[in-house]
Ligand binder design. Structure first.
Ligand SMILES: [Zn+2]
Length: 282
């Protein structure tokens, strides 16, 4: 009999480990904020990016724009910084962040925990006049792209660097990755060096900028992902990125057996219906 009980407990623990996170409930109120992994989690208490702010705007009302508050605020600060330094009147367009309660977003692999945001690229005409980048334009290694109307447009490396610099210097977010295509990363780093930016800042940019190997190359938008904060680990946030030296140190909290059993006995959310079309976007 004890063997059977032990077997059931082992199976329950395996189930808890496999599910990677538990729904917050009256029994597990500690799970709050960004819960679980970017590709297997959800969001409690997210904040919505306003539809239009100073230097920032939604790309589309059809997108979801909820995230952990510090991510939303960092995007607003960065957009304001760019607008203050280059007052072009053309905002940053923000694509998908997360749904109100997180979880699966159609066409995305991640974006489930309020720690991922798609930021469209700033762009100009060939003459350097800023234009609204509300669409996904693919830019090649020469920094040129063709918009939906068929005209050539230029990757605005100057404003894109200002945005990146503000995000990198924001003490409230710790960037885990910014997914962009490798040739665009090269343009940004070259520009930063030419501006005489501090070597430490450029080195950090080079580390977090990454063309992902397992999804779209990100030549038409930047995908920002931030790490959990130490206190968020205790509330269910799980990192799967590198332990960059600038990230605040904390040990992931391992749940006790009693907590896991309580979590298992909590109400289980219905499984989401499988998406009909999933493009491999991170
Ligand atoms: Zn994305």
């Amino acid at each position: 009999m004890r063997g059977v009980a032990r077997g059931m407990l082992r199976a329950a623990l395996a189930l808890a480990a496999a599910s990677s996170c538990a729904m917050p409930s009256a029994l597990v109120p500690a799970y709050q904020g960004s819960i679980g992994l970017p590709h297997a989690g959800f969001l409690v208490g997210g904040k919505e990016l306003p539809k239009e702010g100073e230097g920032v705007r939604w790309r589309s009302a059809a997108d979801s724009h909820f995230g952990v508050p510090r991510l939303i605020e960092a995007i607003e600060v960065a957009a304001r910084d760019v607008a203050a330094q280059r007052p072009t009147g053309v905002p940053l367009f923000v694509g998908e962040i997360s749904a109100k309660t997180g979880g699966r977003l159609p066409r995305h692999h991640s974006h489930r925990t309020g720690r991922d945001a798609d930021l469209l690229f700033f762009m100009t005409t060939l003459d350097g006049a800023p234009i609204a980048g509300a669409e996904f334009v693919k830019f090649g290694p020469d920094g040129l792209g063709v918009d939906a109307s068929g005209r050539y447009v230029r990757f605005d490396v100057e404003r894109e660097w200002l945005l990146l610099r503000s995000l990198l210097q924001n003490p409230r977010i710790h960037i885990e990755w910014i997914f962009v295509a490798a040739p665009l990363e090269a343009l940004l780093v070259e520009h930063a060096l030419a501006r005489g930016e501090p070597p430490e800042l450029v080195a950090r940019a080079e580390k977090v900028l990454l063309q992902p190997g397992d999804s779209a190359p990100h030549d038409d938008h930047a995908h920002l992902r931030i790490a959990c904060e130490p206190d968020e680990h205790a509330r269910g946030c799980i990192d799967n990125g590198p332990a960059w030296p600038w990230l605040a140190k904390s040990k992931p909290v391992v749940a006790s057996t009693a907590e896991i059993i309580r979590a298992i006995s909590a109400p289980i959310a219905p499984a989401p219906a499988p998406a009909t079309s999933v493009v491999a976007l991170p």
